[in-house]
Design a protein around this ligand. Structure first.
Ligand code: EPU
Length: 427
């Protein structure tokens, strides 16, 4: 099994560019099935979630080619199919194919999304919304079977601004009859990115990026060429890598306005931040200071940055408090950071972190994608050689993490470790 071997203690310095966004890419890879003809996606991140999703599209009859960071997807001849349950359960967004396939084919059978280590993550908003749009859905032996005689527009409201439900319903409504509205919609940049793609294939979407989205359904949509925007979460992780190691890191090809919460929290913790039209620089001014962080839907502090930020704050002076409000159990990083000498106490949904002067190297195991990123950050700052196991989680959402960190001067290598502990199942 491969592991990341990190020799910590070097301040990271330099400039890197952010790859394409995993989460925007995954959302677009569900919506692409709505279009007749070929769509071409550029700036596709080379991460495992995207590769798995692309393979899944082929199961439904799409023709997919990947050429140097671009995906060519022809969804002219999509067909009813029963995908492998294990394959679908590898990534949660497989489930978001349900609406687009239903709109195109009138019937779909797809397994329920797999379990996950960060929270329950129900799909009730998705199911209720599709039913409101005229689908009948039943759950049989862990598989959803959905049928419709034609989807119609509906007025949808989510109790919580779910990114996934907003993306799934916004895409599905593009082929529903009439005008659909989504209230309390998510305003994450990945929602706006998806709307950009959908409008490029001929959809009529207004209000994406606000709490109310209006979608006027079309009879059909045609493939287009679209560039996936850059990944604010990979970018944020590398800025934190600069901060935790006492370094100076610039990430280019990003929109600073999508990083506002992280930038503000970095400044509050004593990091010097500069921004330009498409770049952000985080320069350490010595030890970070303890701060309070609360995860919120965009533009609040992103839950996906919560675990990497926790790693950074383990070395801050004073006490930090990080409250996770989105996922009830996004805490897999905590026991592993403690192995490295971090002082973290969990009180309900709040991690109280008393900063320590140094972290020790250790063998640690990623429990999910962002927990893995947090452990890599800790390893970069720790004294000695840290081994991070279960790096398939990291590969889900970070493109060539070791190569990127090496460009910043880090000593990180991917090596084969013979006895690297129990195998984890992706979820
Ligand atoms: N929720 C419900 N019912 C639903 C849908 C969501 O109760 O039907 C709840 C969830 O349980 C959660 C909250 O709403 O408490 C927010 O979930 P959301 O639907 O927004 O999350 P998601 O779409 O499943 C995406 C990202 C996550 C990211 C969240 C929040 C993708 C593939 N995933 O998940 O990214 O944390 O939005 O921004 O886009 C990651 O990249 O590491 C990751 C987990």
């Amino acid at each position: 099994m491969k592991v990341l071997q990190i020799s910590g203690g070097t301040p990271l310095r330099g400039t890197i560019s952010a790859p394409g966004s995993k989460n925007a890419g995954l959302a677009i890879l569900s919506a692409v099935l709505l279009a007749d003809g070929e769509s071409v996606l550029h700036n596709v991140p080379n991460v495992s979630d995207i590769r798995i999703k692309s393979q899944l599209l082929e199961t439904f009859g799409a023709k997919v080619r990947m050429i140097e960071g671009s995906l060519f997807i022809d969804s002219s001849d999509i067909c009813f199919s029963e995908p492998e349950e294990d394959q679908v359960r590898l990534i949660r967004t497989s489930f978001y194919l349900l609406g687009p396939l239903l709109a195109r084919l009138g019937r779909v059978r797809i397994p329920a999304p797999g379990g996950c280590k960060i929270g329950a993550r129900p799909v009730d908003y998705h199911l209720k919304s599709l039913e409101a749009m005229g689908a009948t859905i039943r759950l049989e032996n862990g598989w959803y079977f959905a049928e419709t005689n034609g989807l119609k527009a509906a007025n949808l409201y989510f109790d919580f601004p779910s990114a996934g439900a907003t993306q799934h319903m916004m895409a599905t409504a593009c082929l529903a009859d009439g005008i659909t509205t989504i209230d309390n919609a998510a305003i994450e940049p990945e929602v706006t990115a998806l709307a950009g793609f959908l409008n490029s294939i001929g959809a009529n979407i207004e209000g994406a990026g606000t709490g109310t989205i209006t979608i006027t359904g079309r009879k059909s949509l045609q493939g287009s060429v679209y560039r996936i925007p850059d990944d604010r979460l990979q970018a944020g992780t590398y800025l934190l890598a600069g901060a935790i190691t006492g370094g100076d890191v610039t990430v280019t090809d990003i929109l600073p306005e999508n990083q506002t919460a992280l930038i503000n929290k970095l400044i509050e913790s004593g990091v010097e931040v500069e921004e330009g039209p498409n770049w952000v620089r985080a320069k350490s001014n010595g030890r970070m200071k303890g701060i309070r962080v609360k995860t919120m839907p965009h533009p609040g502090f992103p839950t996906d940055m919560q675990q990497p930020m926790a790693a950074a704050l383990t070395l801050a002076s004073g006490i930090s408090a990080i409250e996770e409000t989105i996922y009830e159990s996004r805490i897999g990083h905590i026991p592993e950071l403690r192995r490295m000498g971090a002082n973290i106490e969990l009180q309900g949904r709040t991690a109280l972190i008393t900063g320590v002067k140094k972290l020790d190297s250790a063998i640690v195991e990623a429990s999910d994608l962002r927990a893995g990123a947090a452990l890599v950050l800790a390893g970069l700052a720790a004294e000695g050689e840290t081994t991070v196991r279960n790096i398939h989680f990291i590969d889900r959402g970070y493109e060539d993490i070791e190569g990127t960190l090496q460009k910043l001067g880090a000593s990180v290598t991917r090596i084969e470790e013979e006895s690297a502990g129990p195998k984890e199942v992706l979820s």
